[in-house]
Design a protein around this ligand. Structure first.
Ligand code: SF4
Length: 271
């Protein structure tokens, strides 16, 4: 039996689902434009004091998010703010033991702060963007998330939603068949972050060339796979306060999914 999944059409439908709904379209355009403003300021080294402080907070937030959901992180950040007074390298360093972080996270933060005492934060971000392995890092997913959140949409964080989506839809299998023929798909599912990242980047590059996003700057999805991560999050995530619809969540609701005709799971299991 040959299954034609026509991913190009599926990707177009899925993105369109969120663009045709005013609430999501506004959110998507707004988010993309906000992120791009960050990117412009970072690339031109034009950061105000306030933006510097904001970036330090974002770094800490990414560390707090590691290994847990986003629930409670906002409260934890507020508590940290109360403890340190103002977001600065010195205040964070002084209070490292009071931030409620594990030793591993503390150590990562310490190394980043040490680096930032000697270098501009914009330089650190640009080096992360260039995949420079000699700068202190947050961690594979957090680095990508941080970069994506600041407009570097060539980067895609891969979380359990993304993995599930890529696996169920057959996108992972499509990528492996094309690029890594001898790969053990189950082993990859458990261990290989990088393969998922490459799969989503190649998926967008191959099938997203006619999709453009963002109110002011029309960005091609093919070159900005990080934007697709936002759509996946809404489609698959559980946090309905953040607009997530949990359609391809732990228990997929395939009959409500616009991607279903293009999804391996649906075509095999539900048809
Ligand atoms: S059809 Fe079902 S399994 Fe496939 S993407 Fe949609 S919800 Fe997920």
């Amino acid at each position: 039996m040959k299954i034609d999944l026509s991913y190009k059409e599926g990707l177009r439908k899925l993105v369109e689902e969120y663009r045709k709904n005013e609430k999501y379209r506004k959110n998507l355009d707004k988010k993309v434009d906000e992120c791009l403003k960050w990117k412009e300021k970072i690339e031109t080294d034009k950061l105000s004091q306030e933006k510097h402080e904001h970036l330090l907070k974002d770094i800490v937030e990414q560390l707090l998010l590691q290994g847990r959901g986003s629930k409670g992180v906002k409260t934890q950040l507020e508590k940290i703010e109360e403890i340190i007074g103002q977001w600065s390298i010195e205040n964070l360093e002084k209070n490292l033991d009071n931030l409620g972080m594990s030793n591993k996270k503390k150590e990562k933060l310490k190394r980043i702060l040490e680096y930032l005492k000697e270098h501009e934060v914009t330089e650190w971000i640009k080096r992360l963007d260039n995949n420079d392995m000699f700068v202190p890092r947050l961690g594979p997913k957090s680095d990508e998330d941080f970069l994506k959140e600041h407009g570097f949409f060539g980067h895609v964080p891969v979380d359990r939603h993304t993995k599930r989506f890529l696996f169920r839809t057959g996108i992972l299998h499509w990528y492996l068949k094309k690029n890594e023929k001898n790969a053990d798909v189950l082993k990859i599912f458990e261990e290989d972050y990088e393969v998922f990242k490459r799969a989503i980047i190649e998926f967008c590059k191959t099938f997203g060339d006619n999709i453009k996003i963002g109110k002011k700057k029309k960005l091609k999805l093919a070159e900005n796979p990080g934007i697709f991560d936002i759509v996946i999050w809404w489609h698959c995530g559980e946090d309905n306060e953040e607009g997530c619809r949990n359609i391809c969540g732990r228990y997929p609701r395939c009959n409500e999914c616009v991607f279903k005709e293009h999804c391996l799971w649906y075509r095999i299991k539900c048809k």
